[in-house]
Design a binder for this molecule. Structure first.
Ligand code: IVH
Length: 663
């Protein structure tokens, strides 16, 4: 017996879980279309059974991206959602409704691209950018000012502006930047981001603004929220003009249409030209242009009645999965990749798709020889959505990770608590290559002239087996390699020499200890000051560090307990590498040993600048307030960190007092 009430409850729960994955974790598990279908299903059931309606249903709200680590601010004007459709008839219905509402009026619509980014609201007071807030739950969002300031092209101040202005738009990441970050992650054996939107969403919520700035974000503005004085603008198209005159990055193209049929023609044109835009788009937004008419048309609880989003279907094609190949990352993590019969999707040829890990393959029961449905929407990395079981060959076999590894002669194991298989043998040449690539990369020892081509050769010739062997390379050995002349050999030797003096965290990061990224490497340096101290630290003392959890603590401890790694460290020491924190040597700064928490926007200093000043004075920053915090450096703040500092009686300094202290 169908039980609609049960279905409503199930769907609400399911959608709430997908909302959490999308808004809070930036790691959605289903694509937009599948998500929108769940919502339509729920809305239909709710319409049929109004007695079960609830204000908390996901059909009545806009999701929530707020995280505990951030302070929340209330939007002066709520950030609403849009009703959306994939269906032309529904677009025409939308036009009909407005036509009936305003009989005999010729209605002008503005047709804009719908940008597939992360919504943001920027507050300008007297022309100065004072705050950037995420959409949050539509009413209140997270203060992400430090991560937003400095986004390319975003003006800090605007001339001849209204007293108070909320400017709204989307933060996004260009495809080239998305690919750069993902290929770095791939080289380091880290999980890949599925699409630029997730990566942009993850980046604006990084606690370390410096880290966020290592990733290039972009922004485009298309609307306003609150504005004082009111009635400053009279139409949406006027906003576009004003934003442009204030030098905001704006929509590359928008259309004014007379009536909904005309709007549809504009949408078709948009679909044709959108691959040329710098931002990813997933549809069109059709808005009544005139603000007076907008107000008259009004709002539902979550969306305006004067606008609708028409979304484009993602492109999908069936193709043959020829084989599942295994790739190896810097720590020996094995990532499965689907090798496909090339297929045209969203303007590019797709011949590979990541399969993430063993569990993902099992969940979808993906096998070599299968015909699979591949999708490429905003995603650069194509995804395999499902297998067409009707086309599965009779002799098809489930994919076995274990067997496949054996056939390749790779010895790997999978920890029960983890999704990934990892190569055990350190002698595996591919593993050696990945580990060297990581060590030499910019975020680690930054060794110029040590690229992939060189690494491949020195490993293949057995010249370098571990990281320390790099420092035994001689000019004569290098001259023997392909494309090496005296000058390039000399350059590499001197780059290696320079790398010996890198900061301790760069070395820690470069060692490739599983789970230890750049920020954790910095935290380890700040706490222990030397590689030897880290090597002899107990799991408990590692876990006591803010930001280091039990898995990472275990992993660090196990890494240093490994005899080969102990030998490696002795070798690095013998080669004269810096194994100590530079800060320890001149640990006389006024903030030596002190932990500072930053909160709110400071009047003149950016978060980066304040962090640098703290570090230069020997201190370190932390993201959360605890009893161990020495003081909180607070901007204009009333948020949670401020409250917690008050509660724990931790001193709170403003920028002026902080500058005084450093004098
Ligand atoms: S107007 C009250 N215009 O899509 C209406 N939104 O699905 C406010 N979006 O919350 C939105 N491009 O984050 C509008 N040209 C555009 C847009 C756009 C992307 C986002 C925005 C909105 C969401 C709704």
């Amino acid at each position: 017996m169908p039980d609609p009430q049960k279905d409503i409850i199930r769907l609400r729960k399911e959608i709430a879980e997908h909302d959490r994955l999308y808004y809070k974790d930036a790691l959605p598990e289903i694509d937009d279309q599948a998500y929108d279908r769940l919502k339509v299903e729920l809305a239909e059931l709710e319409a049929a059974m109004p007695e079960f309606n609830s204000d908390t249903s996901p059909t009545q709200s806009v999701g929530d991206d707020r995280l505990d680590a951030f302070e929340s601010y209330r939007h002066r004007k709520p950030m609403l959602s849009l009703d959306n459709t994939y269906n032309t008839d529904e677009l025409i219905d939308f036009g009909q409704r407005l036509y009936k509402r305003f009989p005999g009026k010729s209605l002008t619509y503005l047709v804009e691209p719908k940008i597939d980014g992360v919504a943001v609201s920027l507050t300008y007071e007297y022309g100065k950018l004072i705050r950037a807030v995420s959409r949050g739950n539509g009413v209140e969002g997270d203060d992400i000012t430090p991560n937003v300031r400095g986004i390319r092209g975003l003006p800090e101040s605007i001339a001849n502006a209204p007293e108070t202005l909320e400017v709204r738009g989307e933060i996004y990441m260009r495809h080239s930047e998305f690919e750069r970050i993902n290929s770095e992650r791939e080289a380091q054996g880290q999980a890949l981001y599925a699409n630029p939107r997730n990566l942009a969403a993850g980046t604006i919520k990084l606690l370390d603004a410096a880290e966020a700035r290592n990733r290039q974000l972009d922004i485009v503005l298309y609307g306003i929220g609150a504005c004082e004085p009111r009635n400053y603008f009279t139409a949406q198209s006027e906003i576009q003009e004003n934003l442009k005159n204030w030098h905001f990055p704006v929509l590359e193209k928008y259309w004014l249409a007379n009536g909904i049929e005309d709007a549809w023609k504009c949408i078709e044109e948009l679909d044709r030209i959108r691959p040329k835009f710098t931002y990813p788009t997933d549809g069109a937004v059709v808005k009544l242009d005139d603000f007076m008419l907008q107000e008259e048309a009004g709002y539902t609880s979550k969306a305006p009645r004067w606008a609708i989003a028409y979304k484009f279907e993602a492109e999908r094609e069936e193709t043959l999965l020829k084989e599942i190949s295994l790739q190896i990352g810097r720590t020996g993590v094995v990532t499965p990749v689907a090798i496909l019969e090339p297929v045209q999707l969203a303007g590019t040829t797709v011949s590979r798709a990541t399969l993430h890990n063993e569990d993902e393959i099992q969940r979808k029961d993906i096998r070599a020889g299968d015909t699979v449905l591949v999708q490429k929407a905003g995603e650069i990395i194509p995804q395999i959505l499902s297998v067409n079981l009707d086309k599965r060959p009779a002799d098809s076999q489930p994919f076995s990770f274990e067997k496949h590894l054996k056939t390749l002669g790779l010895e790997a194991e999978r920890e029960p608590s983890q999704a990934a298989w990892r190569i055990i043998s350190k002698d595996d040449p591919i593993r050696q290559q990945r580990s060297l690539q990581h060590f030499a990369s910019r975020a680690c020892m930054d060794i110029e002239n040590l690229g992939t081509a060189v690494i491949e050769q020195i490993v293949a010739r057995g010249l370098v087996k571990n990281l320390a062997d790099l420092y035994s390379l001689t000019e004569a050995q290098l001259l023997d390699l392909d494309k090496f002349a005296e000058k390039s050999a000399k350059n590499l030797i001197s780059a290696l020499e320079v790398s010996k003096r890198r900061e301790l965290w760069q070395l820690i990061h470069g060692l490739g200890i599983p789970h230890v990224g750049k920020q954790s490497a910095k935290d380890l340096e700040a706490k222990f000051n030397s590689l030897e101290a880290i090597a002899s630290a107990t799991e408990e003392s590692l876990e006591a560090i803010d930001g280091i959890g039990s898995i990472m603590a275990q992993s660090i401890h196990a890494w240093f307990a490994d005899v080969d790694n102990r030998i490696l460290i002795e070798q690095l020491k013998a080669h004269g590498l810096n194994l100590n924190s530079a800060r320890q040597e001149d640990g006389t700064g006024i903030l030596a040993g002190k932990t500072v928490v930053l909160t709110g926007s400071l009047p003149t200093l950016s978060r980066d600048e304040a962090t640098q000043m703290i570090e230069a004075a020997g201190g370190r920053t932390s993201s959360s307030v605890s009893k161990k915090t020495d003081f909180v450096l607070a901007g204009e703040a009333t948020g949670t960190k401020y409250v917690k500092a008050k509660k724990l009686k931790v001193s709170i300094l403003d920028e002026r007092a902080f500058r005084e202290l450093l004098k």
